[in-house]
Design a protein around this ligand. Structure first.
Ligand SMILES: Nc1ncnc2c1ncn2[C@@H]1O[C@H](COP(=O)(O)OP(=O)(O)O)[C@@H](O)[C@H]1O
Ligand SMILES: [Mg+2]
Length: 370
């Protein structure tokens, strides 16, 4: 039993199933991120934890107690939304203290709690201001302060950074991470941003079409995606996915793929992947951009870097890296090369491919097979 247990929970509106049977057990202190494209059911699941939406079937329990029929105010959770929903006519201190006041906490205690949270969030100098006098980032801090001050069992965040500009979003992301390190609170955090998911979470549930596609640590999700959807959704640029055929050459399994310019590459799998018995099988090979690079950029720790000549189509210098596009298996693939590498469109260039990081999917089921 976890601290927060989602047990066979589903949600339907009439005949339409929005959330299929979902099981997630969250430990105390975990930072669980629900990530997926718009409309996949993230907010629905979060609202079910909060009690803003009823569970259609199944059950959600906090600290072993079923929350079915328990009103939101009695769940000891705090929620931070994308729209901060601050009271415009109250100053920051009042906004933060309001929930405590509603719960009948005496003023001296409220003042102390507000001071503590303001200190933690570095907004002490803003306590007398009205929300209209604050920047977006400051409002976001106040919204978090209002949640923190209640010392809840579970924090729920629904896309709290979506309204901030890119730079501020990155700063606030780091702030939230620091806050979690310091407080060790249990957090369920919704975002459509896969970078936020990877950087913040202790575990990620990747959702699509009302199904949890994969539940795992950021490393598990990134290195061993359960299916082609997760592979494509998590990571930027996306994992390269291209058709290949397994062959066995001198006792060694290789993935053969067509290559731009009419050639073919044969990429030997790292040992122990078990493909030797599967000659002739069609697969979709998955390689992250960083597993396709120039010779000097290749991972020295890997025992399965294979160099093949590939015609280069486009190069895109991006400051710290140069992205190099080429064709493999009829698909455009992207490699992440060193910034200073001298590679030009139109030339045939040695690509270093790290097959230790290669994953393979079944083209029909789209599930990872190795
Ligand atoms: N009250 C409702 N009635 C019917 N359908 C709804 C309702 N609320 C949400 N939905 C549908 O449920 C799906 C999931 O929505 P939501 O959980 O908000 O997705 P997300 O937060 O991942 O973008 C969407 O297809 C949405 O249209
Ligand atoms: Mg949503």
């Amino acid at each position: 039993m976890g601290f927060l247990d989602i047990r066979r929970a589903t949600k339907s509106y009439g005949a339409v199933k929005i959330l299929h049977e979902t099981n997630i057990s969250v430990e105390e202190g975990e930072f669980l991120v629900l990530v997926g494209p718009s409309g996949c059911g993230k907010s629905t699941l979060l609202n079910m934890i909060a009690g803003l939406e009823e569970v259609t079937t199944g059950d959600i329990a906090i600290k072993g107690r079923s929350m079915n029929g328990v009103r939101p105010a009695e769940r000891n959770i705090a929620m931070v939304f994308q729209s901060y929903a601050l009271y415009p006519n109250m100053n920051v201190a009042k906004n933060i203290a309001f929930g405590l006041e509603m719960h009948g906490v005496p003023k001296p205690e409220r003042d102390k709690a507000v001071a503590q949270v303001a200190d933690l969030l570095q907004i002490t100098h803003l306590l007398d201001r009205k929300p209209g006098q604050l920047s977006g980032g400051q409002r976001q801090r106040v919204a978090m302060g209002r949640a923190l001050v209640r010392d809840p069992d579970v924090f729920l965040f629904d896309e709290p950074l979506s309204n901030l500009d890119a730079k501020l979003r990155v700063d606030m992301r780091t702030e939230i991470k620091k806050l979690h390190r310091k407080l060790r609170t249990t957090i369920v955090y919704v975002t459509h941003d896969q970078i936020e998911a990877l950087t913040l979470s202790t575990r990620i549930a990747v959702m699509f079409g009302g199904h949890v596609q994969q539940l795992g640590t950021p490393k598990e999700i990134y290195d061993t995606p359960a299916n082609m959807f997760v592979a494509g959704f998590m990571g930027s640029p996306s994992m390269n996915l291209f058709p290949a055929t397994i062959a066995v050459e001198e006792g060694r399994a290789v993935a053969k793929a067509r290559c731009g310019g009419g050639g073919e590459v044969a990429l030997p799998f790292a040992e122990g992947r078990g493909f030797e018995a599967q000659a002739g099988r069609e697969i979709v090979l998955g390689l992250r951009p960083e597993a396709i690079t120039d010779r000097d950029g290749a991972d020295r720790q890997s025992r399965a870097v294979h160099v093949v000549d590939v015609p280069v189509e486009i190069t895109e210098p991006a400051g710290s890296d140069t992205f190099v596009m080429a064709h493999l298996g009829g698909k455009e693939v992207t490699g992440r090369f060193r910034a200073d590498v001298d590679v030009r469109p139109g030339e045939v260039f040695p690509f270093a491919i790290n097959m230790e990081k290669a994953v393979a999917f079944d083209p029909t089921t789209e599930l990872r097979i190795a």
